[in-house]
Design a protein around this ligand. Structure first.
Ligand code: AMP
Ligand code: ZN
Length: 435
């Protein structure tokens, strides 16, 4: 049984399936107007470890990770800025679809390089407009939303629980600059579910209120509802998603379904650079390919993330990544040079059981990857036979996802690889003298 710190209740809670069905995870996925940076990827590593941890208990998972390809505004507040995808399309002189497709493909390849298991569904916002429209229509009918000109706003006042996730009080939610308040809103806290298309806008859809496009928050409510139903077991994202995005998602979904939207809210802390959140807009971001160009392997970044708990900020430096890469390569080398000549014996099995339950306890305790990793290191230094160590590390690696038992061929010259292959074959065949 996995326990996770729940942002909503501020306590650690068990993740339990509510019915005879897989545990549903919804992860707020990338906005595909640029390549994800490694800060974004840190948050997807967290949800991958969650998935693997749940599966290691024998439970099944249904993982949904959306692709935001419209409606995410440049500013934090939907009513101010311009659409990130459209802005990128204009800047690059290409169509929004070309932009979205290119960066979606890059996202998939970055996830793969980091050993992130593909989600079961990657719904794209632009392919779920009908679901969004019917959700908005019901919210209007039920008195939770109202239409002004071609736009639809959610009425925060109509939903009693606004602020329960972020802890923001009504007074804190008002913009500091009165000129930022959209005069069409009945209450400055209200947010857009649907916006009318500005003249010349290319990404727009017909709606009962004229041509327009959805707000970012309604996308996730609609796609989560479509694939996971009225209630989600675990919903994940970075801490910057807590407000306004997830607060608004709760308001929409709970008003729509009239029941608790998400059981456990899991939020990952940020990756920083010199103490500042990594972000494209701060120009302090690194992408995975930039790290590769500097000689780093993607899994070295995964290893680095595993050395810090997800609720702790992680200050990124190339030096710490270098140390992580060395640690990761040393681990793999240690496993690769194990003496596999003797079988697993009864004495081994006792110790293996102890390490196995230690490892599981760390993982199940709010994903304590650093302690789980140190248990894995302790195994390599233990009295267990080589074959026993290999078997245990193979098991642990199903959760860690660090490819600890495979050998990295690319890093060595061909003659060395040739020798290594001969030695591997000899060991496999029990030819110890030859090996
Ligand atoms: P975006 O593509 O901007 O919508 O962000 C995708 C995910 O990355 C969201 O869950 C964000 O909360 C998360 N995120 C953004 N910046 C960082 C960062 N510096 N460190 C960790 N996660 C981040
Ligand atoms: Zn979302």
């Amino acid at each position: 049984m996995i326990s996770i710190y729940n942002t909503l209740t501020k306590s650690t809670e068990a993740v339990l399936p509510t019915e005879q069905r897989p545990i549903g995870i919804y992860t707020c996925g990338p906005t595909v107007y640029r390549r994800s940076h490694i800060g974004n990827l840190r948050s997807y590593l967290m949800s991958d470890w969650l998935r693997r941890a749940i599966e290691s208990t024998g439970a099944e998972v249904l993982h949904v990770k959306n692709i935001t390809d419209v409606g995410h505004m440049r500013q934090e507040r939907v009513d101010l800025g311009e659409d990130k995808i459209l802005a990128a399309a204009v800047a690059e002189g290409r169509s929004p679809k070309e932009i979205a497709d290119e960066y979606t493909a890059m996202f998939f390849s970055d996830e793969k390089a980091l050993g992130i298991i593909a989600a079961d569904v990657y719904p794209r916002a632009t392919e779920h407009i009908p679901e969004m429209l019917s959700m908005i229509q019901k919210l209007i009918v039920d008195g939770f939303a109202y239409v002004v000109d071609g736009a639809v706003y959610f009425s925060v006042d109509a939903f009693g629980g606004y602020g329960k996730l972020s802890g923001n009080l009504a007074s804190q939610l008002l913009p500091k600059d009165p000129s930022e308040i959209d005069s069409r809103k009945r209450d400055p806290r209200d947010f857009a579910l649907w916006k009318e298309a500005e003249p010349g806008r290319s990404m727009k859809w017909d709606s009962p209120w004229g041509q327009g496009f959805p707000g970012w928050h309604i996308e996730c409510s609609a796609m989560a509802g479509r694939y996971l139903g009225s209630s989600i077991d675990v919903h994940t994202g970075g801490v910057d998603n807590i407000f306004p995005h997830h607060e608004c998602e709760i308001a929409q979904s709970e008003s729509f379904y009239q029941q608790r939207h998400t059981n456990v809210w899991l939020h990952g802390q940020h990756l920083l650079v010199n103490g500042v959140k990594m972000a494209k807009s701060s120009q302090n971001d690194y992408t995975l390919d930039q790290l590769q160009q500097r000689g780093f392997q993607p899994l070295a970044f995964r290893y680095l993330c595993a050395t810090v708990r997800y609720r702790t900020r992680l200050n990124f430096t190339l030096r710490s990544l270098d140390a992580a890469q060395k640690g990761w390569l040393r681990f793999r080398k240690t496993i690769n040079s194990l003496d596999l000549s003797s079988d697993i014996v009864a004495k081994d099995r006792d110790q293996m059981r102890r390490y196995r339950s230690q490892f599981a306890a760390h993982i199940q305790n709010d994903l304590d990857l650093p302690l789980a990793l140190s248990t894995a290191w302790a195994v390599t230094k233990s009295e267990i036979s080589g074959a026993g160590k290999l078997a245990l590390i193979e098991e642990f690696d199903k959760v860690l996802g660090l490819e600890l038992t495979s050998y990295d061929e690319g890093a060595f010259p061909e003659e060395v690889l040739e020798l290594a292959r001969h030695r591997f074959d000899a060991r496999r065949d029990g030819n110890w003298i030859g090996a």
